[in-house]
Design a protein around this ligand. Structure first.
Ligand code: A2P
Length: 280
């Protein structure tokens, strides 16, 4: 879990992150983050919108890990787009998390409902703030989440620093090969949120068969698939045994044929939220 990918600005990022979307705020978030760090995760992913930044910060503190030994990501919420709002939002997140900097700061969605008519100019201003946040050292790397090709094409018209990451809904049910290739071609790491299809992939018979053959769980098979595609999976769990299990990915390898079988599971589970029609 201490293996890293290198982002386009040279920052190293541990190849599996601990996801906290849908992890309830309070003791659950605190305990699961602490358990994850104790299990060896060195990369924690949260967001202002998850409403659990304070508990995530408390879990990090409780683990006793040194701040610099941890890679921490948070995200800018839709209500905070625009230059001034974004500059304030990062400070709020840092205060809640109880840290001086995050390792990665992402624009959470490209297209908040209140900016449907002018998202292009609003994103340009928000991105200008992201660049200043990077310059100020409040984030070591910056990027986006849920952006599609047309949102990025637009951003590149004014950006002076290119995003280093695009974090997207990415699992065998929704492998998004075109967007993945686009991100790669533009120097962005593909981070996979909901790498387990929010839990909906476990019932897929082909995956169950493969898991049996490897004496692994379906979760482990799918996380391994993610790594072998050079994605950075962010599995979420609130159970210590699963948190641990999701780290045990390095003692087996899927063949080319296994990868193809998993690639063919498109559409079987999980739902991709189209940013252009999302109602938030
Ligand atoms: P829980 O948090 O109760 O353990 P994703 O990361 O794709 O969003 O999926 C998370 C979902 O998968 C959650 O419902 C989580 O449940 C469940 N989950 C995570 N890891 C495992 C695992 N190793 N085995 C079974 N379920 C898992």
């Amino acid at each position: 879990l201490t293996d890293t990918y290198t982002l386009s600005n040279g920052v190293e990022i541990p190849i599996v992150g601990f996801g906290t979307w849908q992890t309830p705020d309070g003791d659950v978030a605190k305990a699961s983050v602490e358990a994850a760090i104790n299990a060896g995760y060195r990369h924690i992913d949260t967001a202002a919108a998850y409403g659990n930044e304070e508990s995530v910060g408390a879990g990090i503190k409780a683990s006793g890990i040194k701040r610099d030994d941890l890679f921490l990501t948070t995200k800018l919420w839709n209500a905070d787009h625009g230059y001034d709002n974004a500059m304030k939002a990062i400070d709020t997140s840092l205060t809640k998390l109880g840290v001086d900097y995050v390792d990665l700061y992402l624009i959470h969605w490209p297209n908040p409902v209140q900016y449907r008519d002018n998202w292009q100019s609003v994103n340009a201003e928000t991105w200008r703030a992201m660049e200043d946040i990077l310059k100020a050292g409040k984030a070591r790397a910056i990027g986006v989440s849920n952006f599609r090709e047309h949102h990025l094409d637009e951003l590149y018209k004014t950006a002076t620093v290119k995003p280093m990451v695009n974090q997207i809904f990415l699992n065998p049910s929704d492998a998004q090969p075109e967007l993945v290739a686009y991100n790669k071609a533009h120097g962005m790491l593909n981070e996979a949120y909901s790498p387990l299809g929010t839990g909906k992939i476990f019932a897929v018979p082909e995956l169950q068969k493969m898991a049996k053959r490897f004496d692994k769980s379906v979760a482990q098979i799918v996380l391994r698939w993610s790594l072998q595609h050079d994605f950075l999976p962010l599995p979420k769990s609130v159970h210590a045994d699963r948190i641990q299990q999701n780290t045990e990915l390095f003692d087996f390898e899927l063949s080319h044929q296994d990868m193809q079988v998993i690639d063919a599971q498109a559409g079987l589970a999980g739902e991709y939220t189209d940013p252009d029609t999302a109602t938030f």
